[in-house]
Design a protein around this ligand. Structure first.
Ligand SMILES: Cc1ncc(C[n+]2csc(CCOP(=O)(O)OP(=O)(O)O)c2C)c(N)n1
Ligand SMILES: [Mg+2]
Length: 343
């Protein structure tokens, strides 16, 4: 360890970097809590909480270069935050605003919108990596997904392709213990998810997903390897979904919270804060200040997002295709011209 830096493997994270990761984790959790409350008040639609996964998401996103591609899931709000996307925009998306994809010109798009259909983003990440490779771009592509996604055909097809074509892809699996109500043990008979990489001919790495510094380190190494022609890596970040699957789910119906007791002691924010206290004299005042800052940031984002009103239901048709296919054109017409219910 060097003065002012923390040794994480062979890498040094400066005091500023370590604090910045923690501050973003607090911001993400504050946002998460607010989003759940907004849903309860009917102010946003269904929301997938990320409590417990802040270290995995932020450690991974912080390792990306701006030019790298990110393919997130519906639970990866903290990745957007770390990636520098305005909280207001994250909220606008949750409010049903379809503008996100138009925000950047397609050529400059590096952070892709979330995908709801499980694992469909994996082949996209492989494909874009292959394209970058052919063009000679010095970029990697990181795709995030859950333990449940590893049972999808898209997962296997993507990893197979990536192995054969040595694509610059980092497969980032957040193993949070559940796919809605299906526990990890019922998802796969493999001892680990990381070991699945072996079947496709590349490296799999298992990392403590509640340790933001560890995640940051393994993802940094995998991205560098990918950019240097070393091919893909599968990373399994072992973590825990502390909350419900979504705001419309009740986990007490299928999981025994006593079994979760060990996990609940592994809170990623507590761990990072303890580290900062021990290494960098992080104080109660520092802690209070970061929470105050996070509350203000989130409150400002909510006000700004809620200024946008007047969404029209037919907007849902606008962003799926460059040219609307006939069947959607018909549906849109029915909705606008022949509504069956009064609005
Ligand atoms: C192709 C497809 N099948 C089923 C679903 C319904 N579904 C939504 S979330 C989910 C579980 C996914 O679990 P996991 O991959 O572990 O991600 P997590 O929700 O835990 O982050 C399922 C089956 C879906 N969205 N897409
Ligand atoms: Mg899961």
């Amino acid at each position: 360890m060097s003065p002012g830096g923390s040794a994480v493997g062979d890498r040094q994270l400066s005091e500023q970097e370590a604090k910045s990761l923690y501050e973003t984790m607090v911001l993400a959790r504050t946002f998460d809590e607010k989003a759940i409350s907004l849903h309860r008040q009917g102010r946003i639609g269904t929301y997938a909480p990320m409590r417990g996964q802040e270290a995995a998401q932020i450690g991974a996103a912080a390792a990306l270069a701006d030019r790298d591609y990110l393919f997130p899931t519906y639970r990866d709000h903290a990745m957007f935050v770390q990636r520098g996307i305005d909280l207001r925009e994250v909220l606008l998306h949750l409010l049903g605003d379809g503008q996100y994809i138009d925000r950047e010109d397609p050529a400059g798009l590096t952070t892709f919108p979330i995908t709801i259909p499980i694992a469909t983003q994996l082949p996209h990440a492989v494909g874009i990596g292959m394209a970058a490779q052919l063009k000679g771009d010095d970029v990697a592509s990181l795709v995030s997904f859950g333990d449940g996604a590893t049972s999808e055909g898209d997962f296997h097809e993507a990893l197979n392709f990536a192995g054969v074509f040595n694509t610059p892809t980092v497969f980032f699996c957040q193993n949070n213990g559940y796919a809605i109500s299906v526990p990890r043990e019922r998802q796969t008979a493999s001892a680990t998810i990381a070991q699945k990489a072996q079947a496709y001919g590349f490296e799999g790495v298992r990392v403590d997903g509640n340790d933001v510094f560890a995640v940051h380190e393994v993802i940094t190494e995998a991205l560098e390897k990918a950019r240097n022609g070393g091919g893909p890596t599968l990373i399994e970040a072992v973590t825990y979904r502390r909350g419900a699957h979504t705001t419309t789910d009740d986990p007490s119906k299928y999981r025994d919270e006593d079994d979760a007791a060990d996990w609940l002691q592994e809170d990623p924010l507590d761990r990072s804060r303890t580290y900062l206290e021990e290494e960098f004299d992080w104080s109660a005042e520092d802690e209070e200040a970061v929470h105050q800052w996070a509350k203000e940031e989130v409150a400002a984002a909510v006000s700004a997002a809620e200024e946008h009103t007047g969404y029209e239901p037919e907007e849902m048709f606008e962003h799926a295709y460059a040219e609307m296919p006939d069947h959607l054109r018909r549906q849109r017409r029915e909705m606008v011209d022949e509504p069956r219910v009064d609005h």
